[in-house]
Design a binder for this molecule. Structure first.
Ligand SMILES: Nc1ncnc2c1ncn2[C@@H]1O[C@H](COP(=O)(O)OP(=O)(O)OP(=O)(O)O)[C@@H](O)[C@H]1O
Ligand SMILES: O=C(O)[C@H](O)CO
Length: 520
């Protein structure tokens, strides 16, 4: 039972008993902060490329077991892949089924082999004897000539397969830019310009990839079409909310019914329709005759998600239990503006930690009202509130609230930062209200990068403003300039930054909020 210290400060500076003096405070906070970081590390570890491939591919002699299906291996195996995590996926695939592998081609980000080597991630690299050709490209995540050559090699390999062959397709985030195949007569440059303008206009990944599918002959099921009549098995590491098979890397193995009018509607929404090259209009004017697929064509493709944000949160939850925390998963689909998401987390921390027998009655309604704004379903919010209420009453340990997704930031400045660092800062401000509950918040990108910075995210708590004011930093100008990386780099020598380095995986962002029990 925590020692109850006499309330020797004005109420607005009140701190719960477990925080006590500064030295005790830093120790208890470092304990909570260390555990938040450990939970995040467990989340990232659980979706490492080798681990997800081992989870998705089982070997039983000459049988390859994927999901509930079994495929016969007889030196008939081919591998293609494209995405930021695909090199590690290919390395593990070759360790499992390399004895039946004829050949393969993977399209991976420019410079990734050196980066992984420099990060000591040898397990994510192919052996010198590998039968898989590694092709690097798509610098800065933009489709370029190198990536186009990779796509041509992948197309050439898949187009030559027969019904006796088995094609493993490894797919992860960043795959769209690594498999560029503009439908003629569009040029790569024209496709690149359209993609860049749409992203700059604020198009969501769903909109972006719907357009990409409409303008590419390999996306939207085109790759599976090339491989027919070979058996296709796509192993997918999802970096899109809801794990939509037809949108992850623009669904090259998922036949999509992208109609021209869908694409035009997106161009109209972002006011690009009147400034498109004629080649785009020509591609979209070709009426795509979507014949009813023969059943055997549908049967020849198996798409399976082998890792996602949900996977990461479930493993984070187990780690939280091991660390003496009580986990509750809110949702893997958090989205919307970081300010709204921060507001939700602030309300949830008050609901869980405000002193007294019951939470303030108005909080539950305010929290439920925010659901649509941040992409969280009402039943997920109700379930979470029920758990938080129950844990208030039992109050034997801190609650570990887990969530994931991909919030957005309206960029108004030219500073250096990322959505995870900006979210952590905004939540820190929420936690600095009159209730100093001792809550700790962490937001991190599972790929180890947050925006164009070396940080994955940051950790904040109710002491943030005291620390900031003591060190003379200015939060308002930081937020106006979207300069969260500079802010956290300067604050306490950067100790609040999350710096795991390149992780080799990507299942969007993970949010961890540790909520100590309320004082009675
Ligand atoms: N200075 C900044 N402050 C806050 N957010 C920023 C800043 N610069 C960029 N961003 C946000 O970061 C997002 C890009 O994040 P990031 O580079 O981590 O890629 P991503 O969305 O994770 O995609 P991928 O899955 O390919 O890594 C942009 O959508 C932008 O909103
Ligand atoms: O490559 C892409 O399209 C994005 O990472 C979404 O999967």
């Amino acid at each position: 039972m925590a020692q109850i210290l006499a309330l020797s400060r004005p109420l607005h500076l009140w701190r719960p008993p477990w925080m006590g003096l500064a030295s005790l405070h830093s120790r208890s906070m470092s304990s909570l902060e260390k555990r938040a970081r450990a939970v995040f590390s467990a989340a990232v570890e659980s979706v490492q490329p080798d681990i997800v491939v081992r989870r998705g591919l089982k070997r039983d002699g000459n049988k390859l077991l994927v999901g509930d299906q079994s495929f016969t291996l007889s030196n008939n195996l081919y591998v293609v892949g494209f995405g930021k995590a695909v090199l590690g996926m290919a390395a593990e695939t070759e360790r499992i089924v390399g004895d039946h592998l004829v050949k393969g081609v993977v399209s991976v980000p420019q410079g990734i082999q050196n980066t992984l080597r420099n990060h000591g991630k040898q397990r994510m690299l192919l052996e010198d004897s590998s039968k898989i050709t590694v092709m690097e490209g798509a610098k800065h995540n933009l489709p370029d000539e190198n990536a186009q050559r990779s796509a041509e090699c992948i197309q050439e390999l898949t187009s030559g397969l027969t019904e006796k062959d088995l094609l493993l397709v490894l797919i992860s985030g960043g795959g769209s830019a690594l498999l560029p195949a503009p439908a003629p007569p569009m040029s790569l440059q024209e496709k690149q310009d359209v993609t860049r303008r749409l992203a700059a206009a604020g198009a969501t990944i769903q909109e972006l990839n719907t357009v990409r599918r409409g303008l590419s002959f390999l996306k939207g099921g085109g790759l599976a079409q090339c491989a027919y009549p070979a058996q296709v098995v796509a192993l997918i590491l999802s970096d899109v909310i809801g794990d939509p098979l037809d949108l992850i890397a623009s669904g090259p193995t998922v036949r999509s019914e992208t109609r021209p009018e869908e694409v035009w509607a997106i161009f109209d929404r972002y006011k690009l329709s009147d400034s498109l090259p004629s080649s785009v209009k020509e591609v979209l004017s070709k009426t795509v005759q979507l014949q009813e697929q023969p059943q055997e064509f549908k049967d020849h493709v198996l798409n399976i998600v082998i890792g996602s944000n949900t996977t990461a949160l479930e493993c984070a939850s187990h780690r939280a239990c091991e660390l003496g925390l009580r986990p509750v998963i809110l949702s893997p689909a958090v989205c919307g503006d970081v300010r709204s998401v921060a507001r939700l987390y602030g309300l949830l921390s008050r609901f869980a930690c405000s002193p007294g027998k019951e939470p303030p009655p108005e909080l539950a309604a305010q929290i439920l009202q925010m659901g649509p704004e941040v992409g969280v379903e009402s039943w997920d919010l109700c379930r979470t509130l029920t758990v938080l209420e129950k844990e208030r009453k039992e109050g034997w340990g801190a609650t570990c609230l887990l969530a994931g997704g991909e919030p957005t930031v309206q960029l108004t400045g030219r500073g250096r930062g990322g959505r995870n660092q900006e979210l952590a800062l905004q939540v820190g401000l929420e936690l600095c209200g009159e209730l100093r509950s001792g809550a700790v918040f962490l937001s991190g990108g599972t790929d180890g990068q947050d925006g164009p910075t070396d940080a994955a995210g940051a950790v904040t708590d109710g002491e943030l403003m005291d620390e900031t004011n003591t060190q003379g930093l200015d939060v308002d100008s930081t937020l106006t300039n979207n300069d969260s990386f500079t802010f956290f780099s300067q604050l306490s020598e950067g100790r609040r930054l999350l710096m795991p380095g390149l992780t080799g995986t990507n299942v969007m962002d993970v949010h961890v909020m540790l909520l100590p029990p309320p004082a009675l």
